[in-house]
Write a protein of this length. Structure first.
Length: 428
């Protein structure tokens, strides 16, 4: 073995054999940190080969958490050796969920180590008491990742809370830097694969809403989970952005209560009162139909270029819908500011929300209420409304949620809307 010194940019991860004052990649000054690399000398032995047909899958390769929502979105539970990255805003419930998962695993006989670089053992104990977690979970506040991994050799499940607070003593920089994040994550991944330990890494998010040290860590782990929702509401969405061992794009829905997070089925993100400017939509997030409330505010613009603002739905989608409505319906939206929001802190990606956005904008402009009608359909640039997928499942959830009137361009709709021009018959 031979040690080699390299210098890594603590901002972007650029690596060079010599010290640099300014990073050639990102332009940051004084961001170079010294990192030791171990090189093997001499001829390396040939790799051992295994024929795929001889690889046996054991029944115990999947570890169920006994949490119906978590097991469902992960495709049946954790896989041995899996490394999961859990991100989300501060205070949204990441540590609470991790502690609940650890508790479920301990109760079925798994050994769990909760490594926290942010909270003391007493603080974790207080949360555990609040959510009724078992006292059999092992704790450590050691921030040296090598020490933590040495203590985890016979552990089934390891929690790292959070990755930004741990350090590798071989990297000459403070915790949280790019070089530290890459080195610490690399060691956790290598340890998990070698020992078949499931590791859950909790990561902070940046001001732009991404997991700190984002793409680098996301590429290194097997699964990326992200908490969505506003801290002022009771609902939380756990979205699977990446999963090597199951479907990606799945969504788990939780309700935050005093004693922890609890999975719920078919929640309704709609208030009792629906004044003008409000419309109801049924959207698919993963395999879950969700009833959501879309709000729009249309007001006379005081500037030459009207504002277009959206929360919870892609800005370009809203802009395209507004332009289509202006053209097809001959509405004076070119002289109005338009604001669109999906309530509950949700981020909707289903194009079937288009029709509800159009209805909410139309309702706000003419100041007339829509009522408790559920809109479903993608709006093309020609103004035509297209039927959404998974129609049967959506209608079942709509009926169970107490909504009787459905609008869209499909068989089974109470109000048939083939084109945006048909909206005038609904909003009156």
């Amino acid at each position: 073995m031979k040690e080699r010194i390299v210098y890594v940019c603590d901002r972007c991860g650029y690596e060079a054999p010599k010290w640099f004052g300014r990073c050639p990649a990102c332009g940051a000054w004084n961001s170079a940190v010294e990192v030791k690399r171990v090189e093997k000398r001499g001829k390396s032995s040939p790799s051992s080969l295994t024929q795929l047909s001889r690889v046996n899958l054991e029944a115990d390769d999947r570890i169920e958490t006994k949490n119906k929502v978590i097991d469902s979105i992960l495709g049946g539970g954790f896989v041995r050796g899996q490394v999961i990255l859990l991100g989300g805003e501060p205070g949204i419930g990441k540590s609470t969920l991790a502690l609940q998962i650890a508790d479920r695993l301990v109760r079925v006989g798994r050994k769990v180590l909760y490594a926290s670089g942010e909270e003391s053992a007493k603080q974790i104990k207080l949360r555990a008491a609040r959510i009724g977690a078992s006292g059999e979970i092992f704790l450590t506040n050691d921030q040296d990742i090598d020490s933590v991994l040495r203590s985890s050799r016979d552990v089934d499940f390891l929690v790292i809370d959070s990755i930004q607070t741990f350090l590798d003593s071989e990297v000459g920089s403070v915790p949280g830097g790019m070089a530290q994040l890459r080195s610490v994550t690399s060691k956790v991944v290598e340890f998990s694969k070698r020992n078949s330990t499931v590791s859950l890494i909790i990561g902070h998010i940046t001001k732009s809403g991404e997991i700190a040290g984002p793409k680098m860590i996301e590429h290194m782990v097997d699964t990326v989970l992200y908490f969505e929702g506003e801290r002022t509401t009771d609902y939380r969405l756990l979205r699977v952005y990446k999963n090597r061992f199951g479907p990606s794009g799945e969504v788990g829905i939780f309700e935050m209560r005093e004693d922890g997070l609890f999975g719920i089925e078919n929640p309704v993100f709609v208030g009792d009162d629906l004044p003008f400017g409000n419309a109801v939509a049924c959207v698919m997030e993963g395999s879950h139909p969700l009833i959501v409330q879309v709000q729009a505010l249309v007001s006379r613009s005081k500037v030459p270029s009207p504002r277009r603002n959206s929360i919870g739905v892609e800005h370009r989608r809203v802009s395209a819908i507004i332009a289509t409505m202006s053209k097809i319906l001959k509405l004076p939206l070119d002289f109005h500011d338009v604001y669109v929001k999906v309530l509950g802190g949700l981020k909707v990606t289903d194009p079937a929300v288009d029709l509800a956005i159009s209805a909410a904008v139309f309702s706000s402009l003419v100041e007339m209420e829509i009522g408790r009608t559920v809109f479903m359909g993608e709006v093309g640039l020609d103004g035509m409304v297209r039927s959404p997928y998974s129609l049967k499942r959506r209608i079942e959830v709509i009926r169970k949620s107490g909504f009787d009137e459905i609008a869209g361009n499909f068989e089974g709709a109470n109000v048939l809307i083939r084109n945006l021009s048909d909206l005038s018959g609904v909003i009156r």
